[in-house]
Design a protein around this ligand. Structure first.
Ligand code: ZN
Length: 143
């Protein structure tokens, strides 16, 4: 049987299972589209060399080489690690027009995408630390 590229084992996971897997804060952000308080997340001022994965499903989302200090209070990247890793959608909640980004594999909410980035991409992926899991880079690893 042929499977779609975006197939994810986590897509069938129930909300009760998500609640068991994730911390209360991560569950709120990832499954209920919450936002962690600015400057509170563990990866906000964190600049180790490695790969940031979705905490829900483990898909690699961002590379530390594309992380920059945005001073906005959340981890910020100027691009995803590869095309198709994040999904964008219009978010008009809280009286704002924003672009929501979520994990293309398990659908978890990650944060928002803004067009005010300081690098050549002009983009700022503003991501909640609670949605991410950092992996130190192994020398042989290729994503
Ligand atoms: Zn995911």
């Amino acid at each position: 049987m042929k499977r779609a590229k975006t197939r994810c084992d986590k897509l069938r996971q129930t909300e009760a299972e998500w609640q068991r897997q994730l911390s209360p804060e991560a569950y709120h952000v990832m499954r209920q589209k919450g936002t962690e308080p600015p400057f509170s997340g563990k990866y906000n001022a964190f600049f180790e060399n490695g790969v940031y994965r979705c905490q829900g499903c483990g898909q690699a989302l961002f590379d530390s080489e594309r992380k920059f200090d945005s001073h906005c209070g959340w981890p910020a990247f100027d691009r995803a690690i590869a095309a198709g890793r994040t999904v964008e959608a219009l978010d008009i909640s809280h009286g704002m027009r924003r672009t929501e980004i979520s994990c293309s594999c398990c659908g978890a909410h990650l944060g928002h995408l803004f067009a005010d980035g300081p690098t050549e991409t002009g983009l700022r992926y503003c991501v909640n630390s609670a949605s991410l899991q950092f992996d130190v880079r192994k020398k042989s690893e290729r994503e």
